[in-house]
Design a protein around this ligand. Structure first.
Ligand SMILES: Cc1cc2nc3c(=O)[nH]c(=O)nc-3n(C[C@H](O)[C@H](O)[C@H](O)COP(=O)(O)OP(=O)(O)OC[C@H]3O[C@@H](n4cnc5c(N)ncnc54)[C@H](O)[C@@H]3O)c2cc1C
Length: 375
């Protein structure tokens, strides 16, 4: 049986982030995935400034557009532009981004294996073994970075542990006439507990509907998305309608396990206010990598280190979760406050930098209450 310092299940942003750092530290790392890369992943592929900063390498070769302003639209059809002097985020296509990140990770020395369904996980005091019908892999540590439906989480904690919550988003590729204007849009009109979006990708638009709590799930389906696209763009070529859940709730998760970590959507590290999950995936993957590296060097327990390294991230996610409850429950008021001149610059910078967007949402909530009673 092969034995590794760390086995990482899932080669998306979370898994690659963990594997990259461990491989860079000279560890024997095995990254396994059920898919052959490049593979499709339902995702609008927007990387904020904070995600770009967190990555260990430039992703310039797979950037399709750079965006420095965001158009926000209300249910009543109001439109406001939040502009920044600096770029706010870059647009990528996930298939290209993930393939690129995997190549960077393998170039650092991580090994990759495509695996069949995981049938079992065995944890002992000094190792973790994952089993498939054909093979067994043993490592000193295991990172479950296998996305929202994580098999690792399922086998160790059950399908839906109490802290785990899901959102859902559905997207499509929309092709318009050459030269048609394309802006990044968040539209708070089409769904109640989330938003519609338009993300420009140079030769096409990624258009979607997302809801960030379970209650809104049934409001997002293919006919609704196609109707939304028709309303916005008239007759346009639409391809590849795909959906996926997102994983939230890391702020409430607790683990006593010494050798297994959940990162990215598997561990609920997506932001419930914005639906952004790539940053949380990268940051939690890197935290898992650093915790494992520390333990391999004989420092403190890896799980305590992981908890410490993700403290700030989990606090921010908690603020986002409470901000989201208020914002999506009071969309009209929230929109008015969000587009008030005093908040515009702060909102776009918080989104880009990740400087406590949830804290800002809570500040807006306090402000909006004053605004509502004085109006
Ligand atoms: C429609 C949509 C749009 C989104 N848009 C954005 C956006 O613009 N910006 C943003 O920041 N976030 C966005 N998100 C969220 C973002 O896609 C996720 O949060 C992010 O991909 C999580 O990364 P991850 O590495 O945890 O998981 P994933 O990216 O899901 O990667 C998991 C990997 O694990 C593999 N895997 C799964 N199960 C197994 C198994 N049993 N065995 C082996 N391998 C397995 C999969 O093949 C995959 O490669 C969007 C989500 C959706 C659904």
């Amino acid at each position: 049986m092969e034995r590794w310092d760390a086995i990482i299940v899932g080669a998306g942003p979370a898994g690659c982030a963990a594997a990259y750092d461990l491989a860079a530290a000279g560890r024997a790392v095995l990254l396994v995935d059920k898919a052959e890369f490049p593979r499709h992943k339902a995702c609008a592929g927007g990387l904020t400034r904070k995600s770009l900063r967190a990555l260990r390498y430039s992703v310039a070769p797979v950037v399709r557009e750079t965006v420095s302003s965001i158009v926000v639209e209300s249910r009543a059809g109001e439109i406001a532009t939040l502009a920044s002097r600096r770029s706010v985020c870059v647009m990528t296509v996930r298939q290209e981004l993930d393939d690129y990140c995997l190549k960077q990770t393998l170039a650092k020395g991580a090994q990759f294996a495509r695996i069949g369904p995981i049938t079992g996980i065995e944890v002992t005091s000094d190792s973790v073994t994952i089993k498939t019908a054909e093979r067994r892999f043993q490592g000193r540590f295991l990172v479950g970075a296998d996305g929202v439906h994580s098999r690792v989480r399922q086998l160790l904690d059950g399908e839906s542990p109490h802290w785990f919550r899901r959102g859902f988003a559905l997207e499509a590729k929309v092709y318009r006439q050459e030269g048609a204007e394309s802006k990044l849009v968040f539209d708070f009109g089409p769904v109640q507990q989330g938003y519609g979006w338009v993300f420009p990708k140079h030769d096409h638009l990624n258009v979607g509907l997302g809801v960030y709590n379970d209650a809104g799930r049934e409001k997002v389906d293919r006919p609704r998305l196609l109707a939304y696209i028709r309303d916005r763009f008239g007759e346009a070529r639409v391809e590849h309608v795909t959906g996926q859940f997102l994983g939230f709730g890391a702020e409430r998760a607790q683990s006593e396990r010494a050798r297994v970590f959940l990162a990215g959507d598997a561990g609920g590290f997506a932001d419930a206010l914005t639906g952004e999950g790539i940053y949380g995936a990268i940051a939690s993957g890197q935290a898992a990598g650093a915790a494992i590296e520390g333990a391999l060097r004989g420092r403190e327990g890896a799980q305590q280190a992981f908890a410490k390294l993700t403290t700030q991230l989990r606090q921010d996610l908690a603020l986002s979760a409470s901000g989201a409850r208020w914002f999506y429950g009071n969309l009209d008021l929230g929109y008015r406050a969000l587009t008030t001149p005093v908040f515009r610059a702060a909102v776009i910078n918080a989104y880009a930098n990740g400087t406590k967007i949830g804290a800002l949402a809570n500040a807006i909530r306090r402000f909006a209450k004053v605004f509502a009673t004085s109006a």
